[in-house]
Design a protein around this ligand. Structure first.
Ligand code: AVJ
Length: 319
């Protein structure tokens, strides 16, 4: 169980040592930055679910509609009876239709958030009876083992939602290679990648009037305060979404709106007004850039489907 989960019982929280290390090093850095994975605690995952329903947040809806449209075709391209391994499964709603269409022997959802994972596994067993659902609570970006049950089965990796976009290209290629090592030569990968589009639409998707993305970003500070004994005045930080054109990505920042001092785990930090903590990257790819990234990661694109206007891509690749 993750650090902090015992709080409700009035017990001292055991902070996740990696979260603590990342937060302390990130805040102390000359360019303050905290890895995006720490945005997704229980509250963060809930807020992300709300983001996916916002009118301006197009990726989830666009990918969902595209996937629904191509299911019959996918069913003809992807063999039956394989093991589907979903990376960062969360409480994905895209999965049951895919599973029904391709009729796999096993489904292995991999997610860092164990509580979400067990709940969705239980739901899924009801919705797709007869399917072996074998959840793995792990950070998919780190080495982990697949359940022995799927040894010897052909594999399909499923990596939807443009989660790959959270990784800088160097880490993204490492990750794709790690997937290849895990799934084996000949495995398939179905991956969703968000595409470059006009800046106004990109920024609107990450900074909307409803303020849910702001709450999602600011929750990181609450989490630091809760789990790492922090004293950050959350009201001294504002959410900002910036398009970084040269690096082709939306960046989320928490910008100090005034000079602030605080401590985290007893360590003192000072931010001056305008200084920011970089909290997430969401890389956007061109059509060819998406293919090159996959190739660099050891995956050969076989088929590719685009949402209207080239807003989003689903790519089927082979290891
Ligand atoms: C879950 C990483 C795909 O980058 O679009 C949404 C996360 N952050 N709004 C994205 C996110 C702010 C999302 N991913």
């Amino acid at each position: 169980m993750r650090g902090g989960s015992s709080r409700g019982l009035g017990l001292p929280a055991t902070p996740d040592p990696q979260f603590k290390a990342d937060a302390l090093a990130g805040l102390a850095s000359s360019i303050p930055a905290i890895p995006a994975r720490w945005l997704y605690d229980h509250r963060g995952s809930e807020l992300f679910e709300q983001i996916t329903e916002l009118p301006s947040y197009y990726p989830t809806k666009t990918e969902g509609a595209l996937l629904a449209e191509i299911l019959p075709e996918l069913a003809t391209v992807i063999p039956d009876g394989l093991a589907v391994v979903e990376f960062g499964a969360g409480s994905s709603t895209k999965t049951p239709p895919l599973l029904r269409a391709i009729d796999p022997a096993a489904y292995v959802p991999v997610d860092i958030s164990g509580d979400f994972l067990e709940q969705s596994a239980a739901d899924l067993r009801k919705v797709v009876p007869g399917l072996a659902v074998l959840p793995v609570a792990a950070d998919f970006a780190r080495p982990f083992d697949l359940p022995a049950t799927v040894d010897g089965m052909a594999k399909l990796g499923f990596f939807p939602g443009s989660t790959i976009g959270n990784f800088v290209p160097r880490s993204a290629t490492d990750l794709l290679r790690h997937f290849r090592d895990l799934l084996g030569t000949g495995a398939l990968l179905l991956i969703g990648m968000d595409r470059v589009k006009p800046v106004e639409r990109l920024v609107a998707a990450y900074d909307e009037p409803e303020g849910v993305t702001a709450a999602f970003n600011l929750n990181l500070l609450d989490r630091i305060n809760r789990e790492l004994d922090g004293t950050i005045p959350v009201d001294a930080f504002a959410h900002e979404a910036r398009w970084n054109d040269i690096l082709s990505r939306i960046e989320m920042h928490l910008v100090a709106t005034r000079d602030v001092d605080f401590t985290v785990d007893g360590q003192a930090f000072a931010f001056t007004a305008g200084q920011s903590i970089h909290t997430e990257n969401s890389h956007k790819y061109g059509q060819r850039g998406a293919r090159v990234l996959l190739l660099a990661g050891g995956w050969t694109p076989l088929r590719e489907w685009e949402a209207p206007g080239g807003d989003f891509s689903l790519i089927l690749a082979e290891a």
